[in-house]
Ligand binder design. Structure first.
Ligand code: ZN
Length: 497
């Protein structure tokens, strides 16, 4: 690495460290901080992010970046480093300071008002805030720049290089794969999953989940699990990765599959190559690729027959009074029950993506002015009926359910479905290299799966763009077909289609 690049790297490491310190304050706020600390904490976080922003965007950084970009004979890592540094610098400098400040003010109020509106199922209370958030997102997209659609600029923040022109056909294929399958499943006898709502001690659930995490390969020497209202994964480098879960005594799925999901995110971060850690190349490359890891562990592993072949007897031994009268097969069917419902976060694998497509289409319509904020709840409910055959009983179970818009995030939702699609592509590739994968999992053996993911996805951090990484890992571009086949095969068998 040349002189200017070395200096730039040191500077961006400082920015990175400030951001990591901010993330630790955020983790603490969501886990252990007493509620009285909220105002002081907001000030502390604002100060840290202000200093980080100044350091990233000032003239000296700008000069160093330009000089480094002129240097000849760069190695591959330096080229990648400069590409990501340029992307972060441009993103931070394109948004006018007033817009950043306004976004922070509007969304901190909107978040609180959204929580009240949802509790009272009162959309009119949230509507004026949503109005402002649509406006802010339109101006953000203008400032960031785009070629075809406003949405492209927003989406690119979370999934570099992805556009509506690429997403539209992907989502059409996903609809074509999901909607008829849901219809066929609806013709079959339903699955009784009431066994999952029996009384399961919370701490025992957590202990069981942690034993499973340990077996899968989550490194507890470089990570830990705590409790929070909303589960999440955060990290302060590859060697300190934190996940959280929530315990609900009448829901066996929430802690178990939530933990597996967050573990997938966490193992991605734990698997970044050590030499990329502590700077712009450290960390997962995009939200979609990140979600491919969480979904792979949660669903392709955690909700598979093979996985429960190994784990079900132990779960029964952990909860004998609750599960001794339940067969492994009935348990497997219960955790894979398909039923269209109003709430995205409770959706099964088959219906989940339709919740995402609905949000994607509505965000586009709102941003492009085809849909007014006033008409949005009716549009939401009509799409729910069209795609899932259900109508929310009220707006709390409809348009008010997700936190995302209140925090200003538009263009984020599609990454969940991109993760699902990619998870199946990766799975097929692992199977090509390891045809015995399922029998290994049935023995609790992850000694092939995790190293494969480490080698092909995790260790690269942000060295490649998301598209390059997908191409390298799977040999092809993003493709819905493997996921569609996975859904058809798995649920066709469960529902005897
Ligand atoms: Zn996730």
């Amino acid at each position: 690495m040349n002189e200017q690049s070395t200096q730039l790297k040191a500077r961006l490491a400082d920015v990175h460290n400030l951001n990591m310190a901010g993330a630790l304050l955020d983790w603490d706020q969501q886990t252990y901080m007493p509620s009285g600390g909220v105002e002081a904490r907001a000030e502390q976080r604002a100060t840290l992010s202000k200093i980080a922003h100044q350091l990233l965007t000032n003239d000296e950084t700008s000069k160093l970046l330009e000089q480094a970009e002129r240097e000849q004979n760069r190695d591959e890592t330096t080229t990648a480093f400069l590409r990501v540094a340029r992307r972060e610098f441009d993103h931070a400098t394109k948004l006018p300071a007033e817009l950043v400040e306004e976004t922070s003010r509007v969304t901190s109020i909107a978040q609180e008002e959204w929580a009240k509106a949802r509790a009272a199922s009162d959309y009119a209370h949230f509507a004026p805030h949503l109005e402002k958030i649509v406006d802010i997102n339109q101006r953000t997209a203008q400032a960031l720049g785009y070629e075809e659609k406003l949405y492209d600029a927003l989406l690119d923040q979370y999934e570099e290089g992805m556009t509506c022109a690429q997403l539209d056909p992907i989502f059409e294929q996903l609809k074509e794969a999901s909607i008829p399958l849901i219809g066929r499943i609806a013709q079959q006898p339903g699955i009784d999953d009431s066994i999952l709502a029996r009384d399961y001690d919370g701490e025992t659930q957590k202990a069981f989940a942690e034993r499973v995490l340990d077996e899968c390969g989550f490194d507890f020497n470089r990570g830990r699990q705590d409790l929070s209202v909303h589960p999440f994964c955060t990290n302060f480098g590859r060697d300190d990765v934190r996940i959280t879960t929530r315990l609900n005594t009448n829901d066996l799925q929430s802690a178990l599959f939530g933990s597996l999901h967050e573990m997938g995110h966490a193992m991605y971060e734990q698997g970044i190559a050590p030499d990329l850690d502590g700077n712009v190349l450290g960390g997962g490359v995009s939200l979609g690729v990140h979600e491919s890891q969480s979904r792979l562990w949660e669903n392709l592993v955690g909700r598979s027959r093979a996985f429960w072949k190994h784990n079900y007897r132990r779960l029964q031994e952990t909860f004998p009074a609750q599960l001794n009268d339940v067969s492994e097969d009935d348990f497997y069917r219960a955790i894979n029950k398909v039923e269209p419902s109003c709430i995205r976060v409770e959706a099964d694998e088959v219906t989940y993506n339709l919740h995402i497509i609905l949000r994607y289409e509505m965000e586009n319509d709102l941003l492009e002015g085809r849909l007014s904020v006033a008409d949005a709840p009716a549009a939401w409910n009509a799409k729910m009926q069209q795609y899932l055959g259900v109508t929310p009983p009220d707006d709390a179970h409809g348009i008010l359910q997700d936190v995302h818009w209140s925090i200003g995030a538009m263009g984020y939702f599609p990454t969940y479905s991109l993760g699902n699609i990619l998870s199946a592509q990766l799975w097929n590739r692992v199977l090509e290299d390891a045809p015995n994968l399922e029998s290994q999992i049935a023995r609790g053996d992850f000694s092939v799966l995790l190293p494969w993911l480490r080698e092909n996805i995790h260790r690269h951090g942000k060295t490649y763009t998301p598209k390059q990484l997908v191409q390298r890992a799977t040999g092809t571009s993003l493709d819905v077909a493997p996921y569609a086949k996975y859904l058809n095969d798995k649920f066709g068998a469960i529902y005897s289609l």
